[in-house]
Design a protein around this ligand. Structure first.
Ligand SMILES: [Zn+2]
Length: 115
C-alpha cells in the first residue's frame, strides 16, 4: 500500500507533518500561540514547550487552552486538505474562540446546576 505524501499542507516547503511540527513548530502554529501572548523556543522538545506554555498560562484551565488551540489548528489543516481552503489565521482564531466559549459556557452551566 502506497502512503500518500506526508508533507505539511500548511507550509509551502517540503516538511514532514508530525505532531510537533503541526502544533508547535511552524509559523502558523507559532502565530496562534503568540496570539494568546504565549511564546516558546521551537528548538525545544514538545514536553519542554508545553511546560513553558503551562508556566506562562498559569491557570487551572491550561490543558483546555492547549487542546482547543491544537483542535483549531487541526481544523484549519483539515480545511486545507478536504475543502481546499488556504490556511487562515482569522478562521483559526474564530474556531478557537467558539470552542473556548462553548467549553466555558458548559462549565459555567455545569457549575450552576451543581451548586
Ligand atoms: Zn508545516
Amino acid at each position: 500500500m502506497a502512503i500518500p505524501c506526508v508533507n505539511c499542507v500548511l507550509c509551502n516547503d517540503s516538511v514532514d507533518e508530525d505532531l510537533a511540527h503541526l502544533f508547535l513548530g511552524y509559523g502558523f502554529a507559532k502565530s496562534m500561540w503568540n496570539w494568546l501572548n504565549l511564546t516558546y523556543d521551537e528548538r525545544d522538545g514538545p514536553l519542554e514547550i508545553f511546560e513553558t506554555l503551562r508556566v506562562q498560562v498559569h491557570a487551572p484551565f491550561f490543558m483546555e487552552i492547549v487542546i482547543l488551540l491544537c483542535w483549531a489548528i487541526w481544523q484549519t489543516r483539515n480545511d486545507c486538505i478536504f475543502k481546499d481552503l488556504q490556511p487562515d489565521l482569522i478562521c483559526c482564531k474564530r474556531t478557537f474562540r467558539n470552542c473556548f466559549e462553548s467549553v466555558t459556557n458548559q462549565t459555567f452551566k455545569h457549575d450552576m446546576e451543581h451548586t
